[in-house]
Design a protein around this ligand. Structure first.
Ligand SMILES: Cc1cc2nc3c(=O)[nH]c(=O)nc-3n(C[C@H](O)[C@H](O)[C@H](O)COP(=O)(O)O)c2cc1C
Length: 320
């Protein structure tokens, strides 16, 4: 059984995380697999409450569930099982045998195909309504909600992002957080490599400024990104359990989008700054708490953007 759990933790390591901090650890406890937040990897100024750290761990939790389903196993999942130990985010136990379905094979394959694609998306290549319906169902299956923004609301998202940029840009501590994870060096196993960051471009909604300037080495692509859809991933509450669920939903939606040949990149600066997040909140009906925004569209080039590094599983998995 440890081999199955080890493999699931390894596959979960491919999950997306804020600034590629990979803020998770896995531990085998008897027959169970436990997921812990690694607070040493939290961004102290960008993410003082640890919301995006927990959300990132939620993406890893969902990836682990997909890996287990592919191995013909379904665990019972206890989320935040011990109130006195908030760093213990989930315990996966009672792994029952289950049939491997075509859906679980596809989702598993998408773990390796999925990438953050920060290039501009194809203009005029609308994401089909049926695809959005499937993504909405993927979020709801994870107890979260998905709000594709209406065209007329995208301008308010733009205002919110610009406001977040202004506030974030004035905060030297936030800039230091970003610098720590964007200048890790060529051999690093974490952080955001410059070749995955698109060069500055005039877009309908600006992407996060990683502070890389001319070092951002990915060609942004033509156009102002007006082919992008913006999906707000939201939850009813705003507690650690909601953050974890939002992460699981992010993974579920993103893997499903990958399976449908769509490209995506998250926007989180807009939910890091309270005023900007409040503006996004006004766009959601029925009311909900925005947790992350996924920019979604059709890639303009066949070749995917470069991948980002990952820590070896030995560094994140404790079998004792
Ligand atoms: C909670 C969260 C927040 C993120 N915020 C941003 C963001 O604001 N801008 C961005 O370009 N990418 C963002 N990302 C994407 C990560 O930078 C990316 O997942 C990580 O660098 C690993 O790359 P990969 O997704 O290609 O594997 C975010 C991801 C997560 C899970």
């Amino acid at each position: 059984m440890t081999t199955v759990l080890h493999r699931a933790a390894q596959d979960a390591g491919l999950a997306p995380s804020i600034l590629n901090t990979q803020p998770w650890r896995w531990r085998v406890a008897g027959e169970a697999l436990e997921l812990y937040a690694d607070a040493a990897r939290r961004l102290p100024h960008v993410d003082p409450d640890g919301r995006l750290m927990v959300l990132s761990c939620g993406t890893a939790l969902h990836h682990a569930r997909v890996a287990l389903a592919h191995a013909g196993r379904e665990p019972a999942v206890d989320r935040l099982p011990e109130p006195g130990r908030p760093e213990l985010l989930a315990r996966l136990r009672d792994l029952r045998a289950r049939p491997v379905t075509p859906e679980s094979i596809l989702a598993y394959r998408c773990i390796r195909q999925r990438r953050t694609d920060r290039r501009t998306f194809a203009p005029g290549a609308q994401v089909p309504g049926a695809a959005l319906d499937r993504l909405r169902a993927s979020a709801e299956a994870e107890h979260a909600r998905l709000y594709p923004l209406q065209r007329q609301d995208v301008v308010y998202l733009r205002y919110a992002v610009q406001g977040a940029e202004r506030v974030g840009g004035r905060d030297p501590n936030a800039a230091a957080d970003a610098r720590r994870w964007t200048h890790r060096g060529a051999d690093a196993a974490d952080g955001v490599p410059p070749e995955t960051v698109a060069a500055a471009a005039d877009r309908q909604v600006p992407l996060r400024d990683f502070g890389l300037g001319d070092e951002a080495a990915l060609a942004a692509g033509p156009g102002d990104d007006d082919g992008a859809e913006y999906l707000v991933i939201a939850t009813d509450g705003d507690e650690p359990l909601d953050w974890l669920r939002a992460g699981e939903a992010t993974s579920a939606v993103w893997l499903a989008a990958t399976g449908q040949g769509l490209a995506a990149s998250p926007l989180s600066d807009v939910v890091e700054i309270p005023g900007a997040r409040a503006l996004v909140r006004t766009l959601l009906r029925p009311a909900a708490q925005p947790q992350l925004i996924l920019r979604l569209g059709v890639a303009q080039r066949v070749e995917p953007p470069p991948g980002s590094p990952r820590r070896p599983v030995t560094g994140i998995f404790d079998a004792n």
